[in-house]
Design a protein around this ligand. Structure first.
Ligand SMILES: CC(C)(COP(=O)(O)OP(=O)(O)OC[C@H]1O[C@@H](n2cnc3c(N)ncnc32)[C@H](O)[C@@H]1OP(=O)(O)O)[C@@H](O)C(=O)NCCC(=O)NCCS
Length: 178
């Protein structure tokens, strides 16, 4: 697929040249604090992480986007996965976001997520997207609320036991926000 462009951002499907971005995110303890075990990966794991993200695109027609400013500097990643680890969230894809700390608090996660959600539904990739965040990570929930997702349920992470919130949407973001 082609890249997605917004007022400030360019989103492109993750590709083989994005190992540096994946490694910067997945080895950062603060960025990984609220994701699954909360443990950063070692650099040696990141090639497999990148390969898995690319395989998701091939298998499901959607996946992770690397998000850059118009000057080409990377600000993070936004995109789709399949929440096989949380049966209550299935069926469908889940959307997630990670923005480098230096680029947080600028609205980039929300702007990129809107573009990704709108592309997902307007291109008929699927008919449902969920969002899942740890209860103690309300900033991620705030993104879900901003892009028009509806809170669905609270449950517990099946492997780690902490509470998680599940949101969902079945439509593009509200028109006035596009
Ligand atoms: C979750 C995460 C992506 C949120 O990032 P964020 O920068 O707060 O999210 P947004 O893009 O929605 O930005 C909103 C903030 O930008 C501000 N902002 C500034 N300019 C803005 C603009 N032009 N448009 C919108 N918001 C703007 C908003 O006021 C808001 O400020 P606040 O954080 O002080 O409330 C970030 O905390 C992160 O990467 N965390 C680590 C990874 C993670 O936990 N991911 C979620 C796993 S479920």
């Amino acid at each position: 697929m082609e890249e997605l462009r917004t007022a400030r951002l360019v989103l492109h499907p993750i590709d083989d040249g994005d190992l540096d971005v994946v490694t910067r995110i997945h080895t950062d303890p603060e960025l990984m604090r609220h994701i699954h075990a909360g443990v950063p990966h070692v650099p040696e794991q990141c090639r497999a992480d990148l390969d898995a993200a690319r395989a998701h695109w091939r298998r499901h027609g959607c996946g992770s986007f690397v998000v850059r400013l118009h000057d080409d500097s990377a600000v993070g990643m936004v995109g789709f996965n399949t929440p096989v680890w949380l049966p209550e969230a299935l069926p469908g894809r889940d959307i997630g976001w990670t923005i480098f700390q230096a680029h947080q608090h600028h609205g980039y996660a929300t702007e990129a997520a809107r573009a990704a959600i709108d592309w997902f539904f307007l291109s008929s990739i699927g008919d449902r997207v969920v969002g899942i965040h740890n209860t103690d990570n309300p900033r991620s929930g705030a993104v879900m609320e901003r892009i028009g997702m509806q809170w669905l349920l609270q449950t517990r992470h099946p492997d780690y036991g902490y509470p998680v919130e599940v949101w969902e949407t079945t439509a593009p973001t509200p028109r006035e926000d596009r």
